[in-house]
Design a protein around this ligand. Sequence first.
Ligand code: ADP
Length: 192
Amino acid sequence: MRNIILCGAPGCGKGTQSEFIVEKYGLTHLSTGDIMRAEVKSGSELGKLIFSYTGVGHLVPDDVTIRLLEQHLDSLPKDTKGVIFDGFPRTLAQAKELESLMDRRPDDSTAVLIDINVPEDEIIRRLIERGKTSGRADDNLETIKERLEVYHDQTRPVDAYYDSLGKYARINGLGTIPEIFSRICEVLDKLY
Ligand code: ADP
C-alpha cells in the first residue's frame, strides 16, 4: 500500500478532502478521530478511557492510539491500494512509530504528508460553526483552544520530521472545497 498522510489543524478540512480523494484515487480513509469516536460510542472500558482525553481536547496516549491504528490496518483487505491517514500521526513519537511500522511491512510505505494550511482565526470560526450541528463534545470554544494548543505544541513537529524525510507538501487550505482539492490533486497526480 502506498499511503498518504493528511495533516493540519483541527477543522482544516482533512475529513472533507478525504472524501474527494477516496473517490478520485480509490484510497481508503482511516481517521483516528472517527475510530476513537466509534470506540467511545460503543461504551467499552477503552471508550471511557479515550473519552477522558478527547472530551477535554487532549491527545489519547500514543500506545493506545498506535494499537488501535495497527488493528485497523491489519483488518484492511489485501488489495487495498493505499490509505489516507487522517489525524495520525499527531505526535513525533507516533510519526516515528508509523515509519518503523511501514519498514516492517514490506509492501507498505508513506508517500507524502500533505499539510493543509489554514490561519487560526478561520479555524476557530469553522469549528464553532461545525459545533452547531456536529454534536461533537469537543467543538466548543474552550476545547477548541486546547486542541489548537496541542496542535502547535505536539503535532507541528511532525511536519518538520516528514520534511526531513523529503516527504512533505504544504498547501493553502483557504478557498473553495474544489479549489483546495485541486491543489491536493497536483501533489497526488505525481504519485498515483
Ligand atoms: P480534529 O482534527 O477536529 O481535532 P479528530 O476527529 O481528528 O478531530 O480527533 C478528535 C480527538 O480524537 C482529538 O482531539 C484527540 O483527542 C483524539 N485523537 C485523534 N487522533 C489522535 C491521535 N493520532 N493521537 C491521539 N489522539 C487522537
